[in-house]
Design a protein around this ligand. Sequence first.
Ligand code: ADP
Length: 494
Amino acid sequence: MPIIISLDQGTTSSRTIAFNEKLQQLAIAQQEFTQIFPKPGWVEHDPNEILSSQLKTLELVIEQLEGQVDELAGIGITNQRETTILWDRNTGEPVYNAIVWQCRRSMTICDELKEAGLEQTFKQKTGLVLDAYFSGTKVKWLFDHVEGLRERAIAGDLLFGTVDTWLLWKMTQGKVHATDFTNASRTLLFNIHTKEWDREILELLEIPISILPAVHPSGYRFGEYFCKKSKKEIPILAIAGDQQAALYGQHCWEKGQVKNTYGTGCFMLMNTGDEPIQSNHGLLTTLAAGSSAQPQFALEGAVFMGGAIIQWLRDELQLIDHAAESEIIAMGLSNNGGVYMVPAFVGLGSPYWDMQARATIFGMTRGTHDTHLVRAGLEAIAYQSYDLLKAMEEDLGEAIQQMKVDGGAAANQFLMQFQSDIMQSKIVKSKYLETTALGVATLALQVLAPDEHIDLATTLDRVYEPQVEKAEVNELLAEWKRAIKATLYWSHDS
Ligand code: ADP
């Protein structure tokens, strides 16, 4: 019976999960690694620690599979997206730390490109907005700031990769320099229409094409990893960026299907089928995971502070001891007492894209308790996700009836019910929440056995249906919109 291994390389930890042929979890291991904050707003990782932590968890999972190692049939890689690594192709050593997706250091480069009137060019070709979030301006920053780097790149000595490419290159002993469509579509360098690296953009950013990896479908035989334990080569059969992997793992394979992940941030993705939808409402157009050379498209909305609001309430304000306590507190109140929180701690992402915005709390009275702040925090997760859904509906031109959910905060029943109420749509939560790892395991299994029907082992946990009248919801939403408006005013004075 084939066993599939998913390597899930996340922002704060590396995880490995083994699945059987029915995609049921057999073993899991996880290891955190160092977050490096050299300056306010800068975030780095050590690429060698990314690799060692990932391989350590792989080793731990293989140990748990004692006796079954001969059944290891394939590996899938899913990863934190946009994070940028440059390394020397001769020595295999990184030339700088990984610049993490959260890192804001290339903001000025983005502003300059905007001032040069290039925003639409980038948007039309890459589906993305000019924001420091994506890899392209991070690479340019490295070339502009690290002496001799651009020359080394031009001489052909450097390679670029997002985290998947780095892991793949190392795991194949430097034989394979490749990525998949989903990761490529987050670099700001890839033309999502022609499915090629975009020469005009590369010229604008002064990036030589020789550093870029080959791009393949997410489900593809990328190369082989030599497993010391079984003394066998295991094929690497799938690669996908974490959010697209989750979309796939949630079985959103048809146009119009939507998932929202409630982790540190919230990421909502909708499969839009074979046609790209250019957003007029602050969303991103991106490539979805699949095995075809003509991948499907997705619309994506990203909220920076999701479950992280609850961490803030717990760690900085110390209003709760555990994240799960927020559910009981919120349910203990009949309403929010007029208190609204706009959690723009690191600016606002989709659909507002305001890097200067900062968090605010509105509507407090002498009767406001700490419990109201907790509830306002949870409600803010739901309101922000509502904004993403509305933006998607506007871009799509039709209502979305149902949304699949995952991520740590999806366990919060108050949050899920409130979400269903304000969206006035159905929320579907499955029992198995590791949808990212499941997504690439599914893709890898499909490459292994293309003709077999894959029966997803996930079972339904709960379906939430709206329980509040639309009129009541509209009143709440009007207040939320007012709070957003006031936050943007505070940020820009207009
Ligand atoms: P990530 O993959 O981004 O690290 P996870 O999917 O593991 O995130 O989810 C963790 C996040 O979910 C944390 O920010 C945490 O505060 C939040 N969280 C976890 N459990 C709950 C809960 N019961 N209610 C609200 N938020 C929660």
